[in-house]
Design a binder for this molecule. Structure first.
Ligand code: FAD
Length: 621
């Protein structure tokens, strides 16, 4: 129920899906549903999209670890809409400028004719129709207008689960006690503690000395030891301890090393012992005092090699790690994660460690580590049943508010994982709408079709391979039997042992499909190698994980489109050129054919630098 005063403007919108929250999970839920034919309204309370990775917060995107680590072994890199976004960013934003990044995300949403985007619009109310949500109300700050959005389905991607208190959907705050789900990493007894929120800072290296005068309200940290966690192991012991223990201890330090490959100050964190929703404004003030105090420490209190560095940006909008989590059809737990989550209704995967931050955050300075990293298998599966409500039939959710215990969520919360969750939800809603089925019916009867759709749209689902369309299998290809088998093996990434899974052709090479008789071909689908390790994209290691940066050193090198992608190709149907791609910078390419063909030929004219063409998939349907 919303109280409107006389004279306030009011607009009504009708859609198949209303997504609340435009972080990566919300953006991709909206785009996947829209591309699946649903009419979508995306309501986002900020002026920009991206949530914690937007220019307002600037957290870098992370996801599943590789078999060794996530900087050198990236065979588990997330694909689908998240790689489309990354590839657009690399092409349009080689300097990784945050304003350009905002524009890339905005363009991705605005390019979808089925999406109505409401920016600066905060969801503040909801009306029910029986047990379903009928509509939500949002206040648009810039136009002083109330929007009421009626929809068949709603997806709460607000992080804070705003629709839970507004609709009565079941949710949870805090950490489960060990007995509740038989977990081991949480507390013995349940509590309401969460991970905290952070205001980040970014700096730039110049070629001259830059002074910094701290504002009078900044905290004062005279020595490194004023805020650096000192591992329980004494320094001498540390020299002799195992490689793994050393790695763990140093990963957990409140490092303040500047550089392109340096820290992003994620450990400036408060709020885990407060109310991480209602105390946000007060906590922001405290976080700013810490952030400016740390910059003063780096510049003016001891030699940090920072003479030539200037403070470029401090976030005034705290990035939130955890608040309300929904209780859905299924609650994902630490045990599911550790058992690899081999669910029949797997629609996404994770693989970041359980990165369980200390609720005391920065208040635990010097005494305790800011986070404990508990290893998980990578990848592990996440079921669709953790992405919709158990009590409100038309409510989905994606992102950090999924239905998971605190322990499991401490891993699933990273943004590339959230991106996969969003794409899964959007694709699921598109099917529910098109086939007029409920989420439960989708899980029971149509989950294989949803999984096929996700795979065809570039999302990898671990422990299984993509099915090759019959039309392709029945055709004659201009390839050796060995290459045909590799092209049709359903794998579109390297294996853990780095088995390549792609075929190679010379630049200028081609693949020809010949059918016994003219066949209707709807789509030609190709997957090129995005250079999974990103060695050709950038020499800066942290940026290879996902093309985004934090601080900028003089060693920063603008990113380049992966040399292994195909830049220019032509498609011929029965000898006639029907499609030509120039400046193509995507790894997943779908070309609409929409005609009867006896022979279809693709000629790969040019790459972005590699001297061979690498093709994971090339098939027709
Ligand atoms: C400091 C920090 C460090 C982190 N480190 C990493 C890291 O290194 N790598 C990584 O991948 N992840 C990291 N995470 C985790 C990750 O950022 C979050 O888990 C992730 O952003 C959650 O995605 P989301 O889409 O659910 O939410 P968000 O990214 O928070 O997006 C939700 C969006 O919904 C909007 N919204 C909220 N309420 C409303 C409303 N009522 N109406 C309309 N819109 C609303 C918000 O403004 C926001 O834009 C970190 C998080 C923090 C805070």
């Amino acid at each position: 129920m919303i109280i409107r005063t006389e004279g306030q403007a009011h607009k009504e919108l009708h859609a198949d899906l209303c997504v609340v929250g435009g972080g990566l999970s919300g953006m991709f839920a909206a785009i996947a549903a829209a591309r699946g034919g649903a009419r979508v309204v995306l309501m986002q309370d900020r002026p920009v999209l991206g949530g914690n990775c937007s220019s307002e917060i600037r957290m870098w995107i992370r996801g599943a670890m590789g078999s060794k680590d996530h900087k050198t072994h990236m065979e588990n890199r997330e694909t689908g809409l998240i790689s489309e976004l990354e590839e657009e960013n690399i092409y349009f934003n080689p300097n990784l400028n945050y304003s350009v990044w905002d524009g890339v995300m905005w363009n991705m949403v605005k390019s979808e004719p089925n999406i109505t985007l409401l920016l600066n619009c905060s969801c503040a109310g909801a009306d029910m129709d029986g047990e379903n949500i009928k509509c939500v109300h949002g206040w648009q700050l810039t136009t002083y207008t109330w929007f009421t959005v009626y929809a068949k389905y709603f997806s709460d991607c607000s992080g804070d689960s705003i629709l839970a208190p507004l609709t009565g959907a079941r949710y949870r705050v805090g950490r489960e006690g060990n007995d509740e789900y038989g977990e081991t990493i949480g507390p013995k007894v349940s509590d309401r503690k969460t991970m905290g929120m952070s205001c980040l800072l970014q700096a730039r290296e110049t070629d001259h000395k830059v002074e910094f005068k701290a504002p009078p309200w900044a905290n004062v940290y005279l020595e490194d030891s004023d805020f650096d966690y000192v591992p329980a192991l004494a320094k001498d012991d540390f020299e002799h301890c195992s490689k793994e223990a050393k790695k763990q201890a140093s990963a957990l330090k409140r490092a303040h090393k500047l550089g392109t490959n340096g820290t992003n100050f994620w450990w400036i964190e408060l709020g885990g012992e407060d109310d991480s929703i209602h105390d946000t404004e007060r906590l922001r003030d405290e976080l700013l005092k810490i952030a400016y105090g740390i910059w003063d420490h780096i510049k003016n209190r001891g030699d940090h090699g920072a003479d030539n560095w200037e403070l470029e940006w401090v976030g005034f909008l705290p990035g939130k790690r955890e608040s309300r989590r929904y209780v859905g059809r299924y609650v994902l737990t630490q045990n599911d994660v550790q058992a690899e989550g081999r669910f029949d209704d797997m629609v996404a995967y994770g693989g970041w460690p359980m990165d369980d931050h200390n609720p005391a955050g920065f208040k635990a300075i010097t005494a305790e580590p800011p986070s404990l990293l508990h290893p998980t298998p990578s990848p592990y599966g996440i079921p669709l049943r953790s992405l919709y409500s158990g009590d409100i039939p038309n409510l989905f959710f994606a992102g950090r508010n999924l239905s998971a215990t605190h322990a499991a969520m401490s891993s699933t919360r990273v943004m590339a994982t959230c991106a996969l969750l969003g794409q899964a939800v959007g694709s699921a809603v598109a099917m529910c709408v098109a086939e007029n089925i409920t989420p439960d019916e989708l899980v029971e009867k149509r989950i294989t079709a949803l999984q096929k759709r996700l795979r065809d749209d570039g999302c990898w689902l671990p422990f299984s391979v993509r099915e090759i369309p019959e039309l392709s299998k029945n055709a004659t290809l201009s390839l050796s039997d060995e290459d045909k088998a590799l092209l049709f093996n359903g794998q579109e990434r390297p294996d853990a042992d780095w088995t390549i899974n792609y075929i190679t052709l010379p630049v200028g090479g081609e693949i020809t499909y010949t059918f016994d008789k003219p066949e209707r071909v709807n789509v030609l689908r190709m997957v090129f190698d995005p250079d999974f390790k990103h060695e050709t994209v950038t020499p800066n290691k942290k940026i290879r994980v996902f093309a985004q940066k934090s601080s900028t050193g003089l060693d920063f090198v603008p990113v380049k489109v992966a040399a292994t992608l195909v830049k220019n190709f032509d498609v011929y149907a029965d000898g006639e050129k029907i499609y030509s791609a120039d400046e193509c910078h995507r790894s997943l390419v779908k070309v609409n054919i929409g005609q009867e063909v006896k022979q279809l030929r693709v000629v790969f004219n040019e790459t972005w630098g590699a001297d061979e063409v690498r093709v994971f998939s090339c098939d027709v349907e």
